[in-house]
Design a protein around this ligand. Sequence first.
Ligand SMILES: [Zn+2]
Length: 406
Amino acid sequence: MIRFLSVLACALTLSAQTPSEIGKPLLPWTRGTLDIHQISTGRGNSAFLRFPDGTAMLVDAGAAANGEAMAFNEPRPNATRTPGAWIARYVANAMAPEPAKLDYALITHFHADHMGDVTKASAPAAGGAYKLTGITETGGSIPIATLIDRGTAYLPPPDDATMKNYRAFIAEHTSMKHETIAVGRSDQIVLRRDPQAYPSFEVRNVAANGLVWSGTGDGTKTIFPPLDSIAIAEDRPSENMCSIGLRIRYGKFSYFTGGDMPGIPDAGAPEWHSVETAVAKAIGPTDVHVVNHHGSIDPASAFFLSTLRSPVMILPAWSSTHPSQDSLKRMLAQRLYPGPHDVFAVTMREPAKASIGSRVEQMKATHGHIVVRVEPGGDQYRVYVLDDMSETPNVVAVFGPYKSRG
Ligand SMILES: [Zn+2]
C-alpha cells in the first residue's frame, strides 16, 4: 500500500508539472534542481546554469557583430538591445527574486560569438575603461566572482580589439578572480553555497588547448603535437580546437558542452584535429550534450555521437549555416544508437531550414530558449522550450520526463 501511494504521488507530481506550465513562465528554480538554460539571442552562444545548491554559472556570452546588422540576422527577442544586455536580463529574470550574481563565468574560446565583438556600435562602459559587448556587457551589470577562460597556453589568443577590450574589462574588475581552466580537474568549478548537500554533483574540466581528460582521476592526455613541431601551417590547431569542454554530472545525469571543438578533420588534415574523438573516449555515454561548433560543417562525428548516445542534443544555432545538412543527418541517424535523438535548436534561421528541407521536421524545436531541468537527485529531467520572442519567456512546449542513464 505504501508502495502504491508513493507511485501515485509520483504520478500526480509529474502530471501537475507539465501541462499546466504551457503558456506561462517557467516555474522558478528550486533547491536541489539543476537548471541548464541555452539562451537564444540569435547572435552567438550563451548558457546559464543553476546548480543544485544555487551556484550560478554562465558559459559564454556571444555577440557576433555586436549590435550591427548582419545578413539574415534574426536577433532574439529583437534588435533593441545587444546580446550581452539580453543575456544579463535573462539571467536576472531566471534568478529573481534573488539579486543576479554569477559565481562563475566561463568563456569556451576567444571568438566573437562566444565572448563578444567590439564594433562601432559597442557603447563604452561607465567610466570608459572598456566597451560593452558580450561578456563585458553581461559582466558589467551582473557581478562575476570567478571568470575562467583557456588562458594563453598552447595557441596564443587572437591579438585584436575584442581581446584587448576583454583584458581591460578584467583589469577594471579587481575583485573578480580570473583563472585559466585546469584540464582534468573537478575541483575548480564547484558548488559554492552548500557542497555537502549534493555530493553526487561534479563539474569535470574535460578539454582545452589540446589537453584532454584521460577519463580516470585527474589525468590528462596531450593530443596536439608541440606547436613549433608542426611544419605545415594549415595543420596548426585553430582557436576552435582549443575550446574548453566541460562534463557536468548530477547523480545518474550527465551533460557535456564543448564550445566549437571539431570532430571531423578537414580533408587532408591529421586525425588529431578531431578533438571530439579524445573527448568521447574520456566521457562515454551522456544524457544531454550541446552540439559542438553550432552543428556546422566539422562537428558531430559518427564516433562522437555513437559514443555519447545522447537522447537529447541542444543545438546552439545562430548563423544561416547552422546546422549543416550533414551534421543534422548524423545527429538524427537512428543507426548510430537506439532510442531518442531529440534535437532542440536555439535560433535556426530560415535559410538553414530552406536548404535542409524536410529533415527539419524531425527536430523537436527550431527556435527558443532551451531549458534542461534535472530533478533533485538527477534521476530524470525534462526539456522546456521557451518563447524567445518575448522578454518574459513563456513555456511553449515540454518534453520528457527522460530517465537519466546512470
Ligand atoms: Zn562559435
